[in-house]
Design a binder for this molecule. Structure first.
Ligand code: NAP
Ligand code: G4F
Length: 344
């Protein structure tokens, strides 16, 4: 029988890579999309268009409990991947209540729908929760692993801690097959344009082509463990193939600063970042996460998962993608960036 999967957040970076992976494995893939005045499906156009689309989209929102319950009853998925979230840390300081409603309570709404439908189905539905290294925040040990205590530093991080623990609680209370992937930062050419890596590669490519003069950033000394999103969605799928649900750190165990990301990006284009990058305090956060470094030993030994794309390859992939995009924009004679002065 063909397995059915439901992905919330299918229009986002990870949702698009996960949908591709599940389609390649023969799943019937369903995706939750929220209503917007624009299409918002750029990352998955190749999966939803044509006579025989690979992914079926359904309108819904993590704030709408009854809609989520109805959808889950209708699809009866074998696997549910909860990737939807207000996922921007800086924005969560501006929209803390909204972030809590979607990123924290939204997870509970899905778990409640699963708990109800689980009672009248013979097969156990498997659930994946997108937990985050941001939960470690002001880290109490390095590297961080599954047993490291959480100390979140943003409304987003706090909301993710709730989503994490409510998932663990439903696993222990109702025998749900519910797993949390504690994923460290992962990027790609499909990364949202206001996350720091994509902001850098996008701006550097435009600077190279004379379409932009400067790049304004916040804390250049922040350290992160950056991997490739395409590698990380494989870990999500592997977690749901295990006989027992559990929680796993997914990371590269390599540390780099924002400054290093700038250096590599600009040098790929034959430029020196010092000539173009300016620090703008508007991009500082009320509370910063200085360092995140993950220990993915458990994912490596239990899931047989290892990252394939190196840091250097990731930067090159993103720079090359954005150079191509900037060329297309220039040739079309337009400037499609409307948000590069937004504070995020
Ligand atoms: P992303 O690109 O920002 O995608 C977020 C997705 O959630 C989008 O599809 C978005 O829809 C959807 N969404 C937002 N609010 C919603 C709502 N109220 N109802 C339904 N859908 C909603 O994020 P990502 O980088 O792919 O990350 C995927 C998940 O992993 C997120 O939960 C994120 O917090 C978590 N995570 C990410 C990382 C990372 O480094 N990327 C690391 C750890 C954890 P629109 O397209 O309409 O905006
Ligand atoms: O790219 P960022 O916005 O990612 P951040 O805050 O680490 O969050 C991302 O990773 C989390 C996993 O740990 C996810 F859960 C979350 O959903 C998201 O995907 O910022 C990275 C670092 C920060 O320290 C920030 O202060 O870069 C620093 N930074 C410096 N200048 C900047 C900027 N970040 C942004 N977005 N914009 C800047 O101009």
């Amino acid at each position: 029988m063909q397995r059915r999967a439901l992905i919330t957040g299918v229009t986002g970076q990870d949702g698009s890579y996960l949908a591709e992976l599940l389609v390649s494995k023969g799943y019937a893939v369903h995706g939750l999309r929220r209503r917007s005045s624009t299409f918002g499906t750029e990352r998955i156009e190749h999966l939803i268009r044509g006579n025989d689309p690979c992914v079926e989209l359904h309108y819904g929102d993590l704030s709408d409990a009854s809609g989520l319950a109805r959808l889950i009853r209708q699809i009866r998925p074998h696997e549910v991947y909860n990737l939807a979230a207000q996922s921007h840390v800086r924005v969560s300081f501006d929209q803390p209540a909204y972030t809590a409603d979607v990123t924290a309570v939204g997870t509970l709404r899905i778990l409640e729908a699963l708990r109800d439908v689980q009672d009248d189905t013979s097969e156990q539905i498997r659930f994946y929760q997108a937990s985050s290294s941001e939960m470690y925040g002001k880290v109490v040990e390095t590297p961080q692993k599954e047993t490291t205590p959480f100390y979140p530093r943003s409304p987003y991080g706090v909301a993710k801690v709730y989503g994490h623990w409510i998932t663990v609680n439903y696993r222990e209370s109702y025998d749900l097959h519910a797993s949390c992937g504690i994923l460290f930062n992962h990027e790609s050419p499909r990364r949202g344009e206001t996350f720091v890596t994509r902001k850098i590669t996008r701006a550097a490519a435009r600077i190279k082509l004379g379409m932009q003069e400067k790049l304004h950033l916040g804390n250049l000394d922040a350290k992160r463990d950056w991997g490739f999103a395409g590698d990380y969605v494989e870990a999500m799928w592997l977690m749901l193939q295990q006989p027992q649900a559990d929680d796993y750190v997914v990371a590269t165990n390599e540390l780099h600063t924002v400054r290093e990301f700038c250096e590599l990006t600009f040098s790929r284009l034959g430029l020196d970042y010092l000539d173009f990058v300016e620090v703008d305090p508007r991009y500082f956060r009320p509370a910063e996460v200085d360092l995140l470094l993950g220990d993915a030993t458990k994912a490596r030994t239990t899931l047989d998962w290892t990252p394939r794309v190196s840091f250097q390859e990731l930067v090159e992939m993103m720079v090359d993608g954005d150079l191509e995009l900037a060329r297309r924009e220039r040739n079309a004679g337009g400037d499609t960036i409307s948000q590069h002065r937004m504070v995020a």
